[in-house]
Design a protein around this ligand. Structure first.
Ligand code: PMT
Length: 326
C-alpha cells in the first residue's frame, strides 16, 4: 500500500511537474560533492531555503509565492559549516545567501570610497572600503574565503515549485550512497497547491475576461518518498510553520507520525526569530533567546543547529543502520 502511494507520487512528479533540463547534471554534482566530503570524514547536510513559486501561466507573468526570506536556511548553513558539515544549499534564486546575508541592508556603493592621494580622486586603484564597515567586512570575508577554498558549500538554485520538487528528489538520490552521514534540513516554504501543466493557460490571463477563478490541485507531500524510498538512512528534519500557536505542536506531532522522520522544527511566523520547538518522537525541546541574547546578536539558528547536530551524532553512534522508523 505504502509502496503504491510512493510510486504514484513519483509518477505524478514526472507527469505534472516540468522536469528541469539540468537536473541530471546537478544530481551528479551533488553526488560527487557528498562522496568527496564523506571520504574526508565530513557529514553532509542538504538545506532547503526560501519560498517556491507557482506559475499561473506557462509563459509566466503571474505566480503564487510562498513566504520565506531565506534567512533561516542561510544562517543555518553557516552554523552547519562551523560544526564541521559540508552543505548543499538548495535555495530560491535571490533569497538570502550564507555570509552575504550580513550585508543585506548595506548599499555596496556606500561601503566604498575613493582615497584622495594626490589631490585627484577617481582612479580605480584608489578605491577603498569605508573604515567603519571594514572590521565587519573583513570578518565575514575571512569566513567566506575559507569556505570557498575548502569547497564546503554547494549552492543550487530553484525558482518554481517544479524545480524544487525535482531537485530535492535528485538530491535525495545523490545522497543515498552516504546513508546515515546525510542530513536533510527542509526549511523551505513549499506550496501545497499548484496548477498541473496540462491545465495551465499558455498566455497571460486577460483581466478583460472578468474575475479570475482558480482551481488548484494538492501538491504531493514529497517527504513521504524522501523518507521511505529515496534516502531511507538519512537524518531528516522538516519544519512546521503556523500563524496560530495553539495548533502548532499538534501539527508538528502529526507530521512526525505521518512521515516517520526524525524531527520537526516547529515555529510561529511572528516569533520565529527568537523561539522554536524541536519535536522528536520522544521529546519536545523549546529553544528560546533571551532579550539580552537578541541584543547581542545571538541567532536562534545557532541553537537549532547545535541541537540537531548532537542528535545526528547520537543516531550515528548508537545505530548506524536504517533510519526509517516503524
Ligand atoms: O526564511 P525565513 O523568513 O527565515 O523563515 C523561515 C521559515 C518560517 C520559512 C521556516 O522556519 C519554516 O517554517 N519553513 C517551513 C514552512 C512550510 O512551508 O511549512 P509546511 O507546513 O508547508 O511544510 C512542512 C514541511 O513539509 C516542510 O519541511 C516542507 O519541506 C515539507 N513539504 C511541504 C510541501 C510539500 N509538497 N512537500 C513537503 O515535503
Amino acid at each position: 500500500m505504502a509502496e503504491r502511494r510512493i510510486s504514484s507520487i513519483d509518477g505524478k512528479l514526472a507527469e505534472e511537474f516540468a522536469i528541469p533540463s539540468h537536473v541530471e547534471d546537478v544530481k551528479e554534482k551533488m553526488a560527487d560533492f557528498a562522496m568527496r566530503h564523506t571520504e574526508a570524514g565530513r557529514r553532509v547536510v542538504l538545506i532547503t531555503s526560501g519560498g517556491t513559486k507557482v506559475p499561473l501561466e506557462s509563459r509566466t507573468v503571474r505566480f503564487l509565492d510562498n513566504f520565506s526570506s531565506g534567512r533561516r536556511g542561510a544562517a543555518s548553513a553557516e552554523y552547519f559549516i562551523e560544526s564541521g558539515y559540508a552543505v548543499i544549499f538548495l535555495h530560491r534564486h535571490r533569497s538570502l545567501y550564507p555570509y552575504t546575508r550580513m550585508f543585506l541592508t548595506i548599499n555596496m556603493l556606500d561601503a566604498l570610497q575613493f582615497k584622495v592621494t594626490d589631490g585627484t580622486a577617481g582612479n580605480p586603484s584608489d578605491v577603498v572600503v569605508d573604515q567603519q564597515m571594514l572590521p565587519n567586512i573583513v570578518k565575514v570575508l575571512k569566513q567566506y574565503q575559507e569556505v570557498k577554498e575548502g569547497g564546503l558549500l554547494l549552492p543550487i538554485e530553484f525558482n518554481t515549485l517544479s524545480e524544487y520538487l525535482h531537485l530535492l528528489k535528485a538530491a535525495a538520490q545523490a545522497l543515498h550512497p552516504i546513508g546515515s552521514k546525510a542530513m536533510f534540513y527542509l526549511a523551505a516554504a513549499v506550496s501545497d497547491f499548484y496548477i498541473p501543466a496540462s491545465e495551465m493557460p499558455e498566455h497571460k490571463i486577460q483581466s478583460s475576461n472578468g474575475p479570475l477563478q482558480l482551481s488548484l490541485n494538492m501538491v504531493p507531500k514529497i517527504l513521504s518518498p524522501l523518507v521511505k524510498d529515496w534516502a531511507p538512512q538519512a537524518f531528516v528534519i522538516s519544519f512546521k510553520l503556523e500563524t496560530d500557536e495553539s495548533i502548532l505542536l499538534d501539527r508538528a506531532c502529526r507530521a512526525l507520525d505521518t512521515y516517520r522522520h526524525q524531527a520537526v522544527v516547529a515555529n510561529v511566523l511572528d516569533s520565529r526569530r527568537g523561539q522554536v520547538v524541536v519535536v522528536t518522537p520522544e521529546t519536545q525541546v523549546e529553544l528560546r533567546l533571551t532579550e539580552e541574547e537578541v541584543q547581542k546578536g545571538v541567532e536562534i539558528e545557532e541553537r537549532i543547529v547545535s541541537n540537531l547536530t548532537s542528535a545526528h551524532t547520537n543516531v550515528i553512534l548508537t545505530d548506524p543502520g536504517i533510519r526509517v522508523r516503524n
